[in-house]
Structure formats: structure tokens, C-alpha cells
Design a protein around this ligand. Sequence first.
Ligand code: ZN
Length: 224
Amino acid sequence: MKQKNDIKVFISNRESSCDECKEELGRRAWITLDRDKGALCLTCADLDHLIFLPSGDAALTRRARKYSTLMAVVLKWSLTRKRYERQGLLVEDHALEQAEKECLADSEVRARRREREAERRAGLDEKYVKQFAKRVRELFPKCPRGREKGIAEHACLKYSGRIGRTAEAKTLNEEAVRLAVIAHIRHAETKYDELLAMGYERWDARDEVVGRVEQILTKWETSL
Ligand SMILES: [Zn+2]
């Protein structure tokens, strides 16, 4: 089901900080506006697993939109034109992949994917990802094979811009790993993203899926 109103992400043009986690986001930060809370970073808004697809390729954009359950429109204020201008979309990785497959004849599309993959890998600290994945496996022995890598990569990307505030060791503690696994379960194993896409407030959507999340968490934790 597609939402009536697209979720909007703004590229800020001044120093901003997240009103939930209090992170200083610097200039040109990507934020969403929450009715109650104010500005939110994409991590707090639960949009940080989405991939940016810049405007420009209409066919690719149309297809990615079609396959992505959760999606956001990225807007930037134009100082010269005095209006918000669309920069592209944030879409789910699998949706973009599917869209790209259908556009495979287009060699530019392939080149862009390679570029994006290389960029993503460059932002990952391999050692940290391995450590984090190992912790996930230790604490959640029944987590389906291979999932720990995705969870670890996401955590690594999330913290990579935040070195200094969050020491590496701190992000490997049980609570941090648990939170990362919960976020993954929400997105991957429940209707959470669908609810957000339908316009649910984050906390209402979390309430809806909390039982299912707990159930899976317990299952993954059990070592027997
Ligand atoms: Zn935040």
C-alpha cells in the first residue's frame, strides 16, 4: 500500500542537531521533521537503512518507487529559487536492486551501482564489522545465518560518522548490539516499515510490532 503523503527528508542548510538523540549533525545534515519532537536524524527516524537515489533517471526512479515499501522524498531549499527542490528518493536497497535489474540494459545504471557499492565499502571499517557481527552471533545464536553481517554493517555505517562521541567499545556492549538487532527485526521481520509508509507515527508503529519483535528476539537468543 502506498502512502498518501510521502515522508519528506530535508537537507538542512544550517547547523542542526537531532531533537531525539541530541547528536550534532553539522551543516547540510539530512533530517526529518517530527510533529512533536522537531528535527530528527535519519537514525532516530528509522530511515537510515534506506539508500539515496538521486533524481535524473525517470525509469529507474519510477521502478524503485514501485518496489519500495518505505520511501522518502529528499528535498533541499534553493536559496536562489526560494523553494524546496527535489534531490531524489530514499528507497529500500532491494527495491533499488530490482529496479536496476530491470534497467540492466542501461550501462550507466550499472556503473552507478558499482560506484555506490565501492563508496559504501569505503565507509566500512572491516575489523569493526567483523567484531560486531561476532557479538551478534554470540548474543543471538539462533539469528538466521548471514544476518549478522547486514546488522553489523548497518551499525558500522551508523557509528562511522560519530566517532568521538561513541567509543567503539561502547557500541559493542550487549545493549547496543541488542538495539541494533531489534532495529533489524523491526525492518526485516515485521510490518513496521509498511506502517511507517502508511503514515503511522513511529511510536504507534513500534507499539504495533513490539510483540512480534519480542517473539523473534527470544527465539534468536535461545541457544538450545
Ligand atoms: Zn537522532
